[in-house]
Write a protein that binds this ligand. Structure first.
Ligand SMILES: Nc1ncnc2c1ncn2[C@@H]1O[C@H](COP(=O)(O)OP(=O)(O)OP(=O)(O)O)[C@@H](O)[C@H]1O
Ligand SMILES: [Mg+2]
Length: 237
């Protein structure tokens, strides 16, 4: 049995809104192995983004004894400086609405990310990998939604992270383009051995993943493993 690359143990996140207490994450436990494609599935408000942001070091869990381990380090206990290093070097993030910088070209959007990381890949190579070799000098507004999302995936990959976190990466795309993006993420996982976590509302894509973590009301209510994940091309939703 491979050792877990990621472990959540009893992780909670509470928001206090005046009188109301919201448990966005409620004693969350799961593990993910290195090189897996994992999905976090659940309806709106289930706590998916909360969990991904804690894993990415962009948000902190409640200080009540929960633990988040990545590659043998407990990230809930890192100093601010170490946490910044973790975010810069280990984690690539892909957002639903791409979050590209509008007045920088595709290439410059990658360069700004690679300048901050330790062992980046060459931005032009990564743009070529996502099929955008001839669009490097275009600004985001000159690209289609699918192309912008490919730039955003390239930006995350160019940092050469071990962990790629994607929050509804196809949520803003049409069916065919979404399928292309998922194919690219599945191929990246298989070819580079990176660990990729994708958040989705769409339970129909569960067969493409090695591991499916289902969330409801801040809790993980089920985890399942697919010994033989399907190719994205072979499923319909
Ligand atoms: N900063 C915040 N302040 C207050 N409540 C918050 C905050 N962030 C999230 N929540 C609440 O925590 C719960 C979980 O939110 P989260 O964003 O993790 O859900 P989600 O599963 O990603 O939903 P969606 O599919 O709509 O993106 C929700 O009830 C949300 O309103
Ligand atoms: Mg969300």
């Amino acid at each position: 049995m491979a050792e877990s690359f990621i472990t959540f143990k009893n992780v909670s996140k509470t928001y206090q809104m005046g009188e109301v207490t919201i448990k966005a994450a409620d004693s969350v436990d799961f593990e993910i192995h290195e090189g897996e494609l994992a999905l976090i599935v659940g309806s709106s408000g289930a706590g998916k983004t909360t969990v991904l942001n804690i894993l990415g070091g962009m948000d902190s869990a409640d200080g009540d004894g929960g633990e988040v381990w990545v590659d043998g380090k407990e990230i809930t206990r890192l100093s601010n400086r170490k946490l910044t290093e973790y975010r810069r070097n280990q984690v690539g993030f892909v957002f639903q609405f791409y979050n590209l910088i509008p007045n920088l070209t595709a290439l410059e959007n990658l360069e700004i990310a690679t300048q901050l990381s330790e062992k980046p890949l060459a931005p032009t190579d990564v743009l070529a990998q996502v099929g955008l070799a001839d669009r490097t000098e275009n600004f985001p507004a000159q690209l289609s939604g699918g192309e912008q999302q490919r730039v955003s995936i390239a930006r995350a990959l160019a940092k050469n992270p071990r962990l790629l976190l994607c929050d509804e990466p196809t949520g803003a795309l049409d069916y065919a383009t979404g399928k292309q993006i998922l194919t690219m993420l599945q191929n990246t996982c298989r070819q580079t051995g990176k660990t990729i976590i994708i958040i989705t509302h769409n339970a129909a894509i569960e067969p493409i993943a090695d591991r499916v973590i289902r969330m409801r009301s801040g809790k993980v209510h089920q985890v399942s493993l697919n010994p033989k994940p399907k190719d994205v091309a072979d499923i319909e939703w």
